[in-house]
Design a protein around this ligand. Sequence first.
Ligand code: FAD
Ligand code: 2HG
Ligand code: ZN
Length: 461
Amino acid sequence: MLIETLKEIVGPNGWTVDAADLEPHLTEWRNVVRGATPIMVKPATTDEVSAVVRACAAAGVAIVPQGGNTGMCAGAVPDPSGEQVLLNLSRMNRIRSVDAADFSLVADAGCVLANLQRAAEEVDRLFPLSLGGEGTCQIGGNLATDAGGINVIRYGTTRDLVLGVEAVLADGRVYDGLRTLRKDTAGYDLKQLFIGSEGTLGIITGVAVKLFPAQEASRTAMLAIDDAEKAVELLGVLRGSLDDAIQSFELIGMTALDLVLEHIPDTRLPFESAAPWYVLLEATTGEGDRLERALLPVVNSGLARDAVIAKNDRESDALWRMRHSISEAEKKIGQGVKHDISVPIGRMRDFLTMGDARLAEQIPEATLVAFGHVGDGNLHYNVVLPKSLLGDDLVARRKAVSRLVYDLVAELNGSISAEHGIGVLKRDWLHEYKDPVELDLMRTLKTALDPHSILNPGKVI
Ligand code: FAD
Ligand code: 2HG
Ligand code: ZN
């Protein structure tokens, strides 16, 4: 009965129950978690989303919102019961308006991130959110996970870029907070509730975001360094000389780069010899030699072993392609144990040295594939275990690795998730490492907004 009602609400092009069509939507991109659903609905409007939620709420059936399904912790995958309705936002893909004078853009939640970037460019503006999955992930998914990416150091995370949100609540009502105001203290800032909530508090249907002036020409440089701790020192020095021209500052471990060189076609190391660590940076230094002048002293002083500056867009794209291919390359060697952690930038050095020492002592068989947004204190501290480990041994060892990493994160006042969110994969860890008062507040909010647990149950909390 519910299924027939849902089909009617979304019309003939708005649903599927076909096993082959459903297949890519029932697992996440690493195939770590697999679920099932009686139907995937693809509403085309906010009214349709609202009607779907009302029908599901009346039937007591849970809904899993899904954007581009590029998420890293299986939050967009239904559970294996086969009872949860999958609500895919891909048909809600309109840019609703772009206002260059207001430096704002309003879009449906299902708009692919790259399309927002393009729409901004067309009016000589910049939408700075940028990440490897930008050709597939959706702005609604970006809000739901509070995505970070490579430009956080200058522009902040998704949360900092949002002006307004429209969302369908658990009872089907529409919260219309789609304003583009820069200042609004009339009551609680409700839009913030939905940012980072991973589909557990509402279904985001519309988004108003900030735009920025089109940026000055930017340049890309890669530096080879002897140890990861030097990256933090390097960032301090370069911030001194380049100020906030630094837009991205990414750390890449040799193991991560080696995987890319081995598994991703047409990639090559831009240095004559390999180094243990690399930094990839993007800086809006214009056309002059400001970047060269900033990098020369760091190489001369030995802080960096060597540096290359991309001479043109082609060289710059090649360097960034290597960075953005790390996840893909890592996938080729198996299911690494992913840790998307953050620590205060001043403690990053401690995290790296202590992490290395503890891993070597306690999990000597592990290979560390570390990379990430070191300028934001956020590292992807991924650990790959030998393929010979299987079954319960593998499960136990994976847990031991994560415990080691999260204990260290807790000691250093960090977070077990910097930008990917919790989903299902980190849910049990969140319960262990989050302060009980914070967890209690989260549960209070969940119960207030979704008393019958209709929205993405089993995720986050
Ligand atoms: P999905 O994966 O579909 O969903 C993610 C979560 O949001 C789920 O819980 C889902 O239920 C919920 N959700 C989705 N849409 C809505 C909606 N409209 N309303 C309510 N809830 C919703 N992430 C980063 O932060 N930084 C990176 O640098 C980065 N790089 C990546 C590189 C690659 C190659 C890949 C594959 C992923 C990367 N990611 C990165 C992770 C991922 O792209 C982000 O988490 C992204 O924000 C997810 O968007 P999505 O539309 O794919 O969401
Ligand atoms: C990135 O920074 C993404 O490339 C993916 O956040 C991280 O695969 C990962 O662990
Ligand atoms: Zn990342």
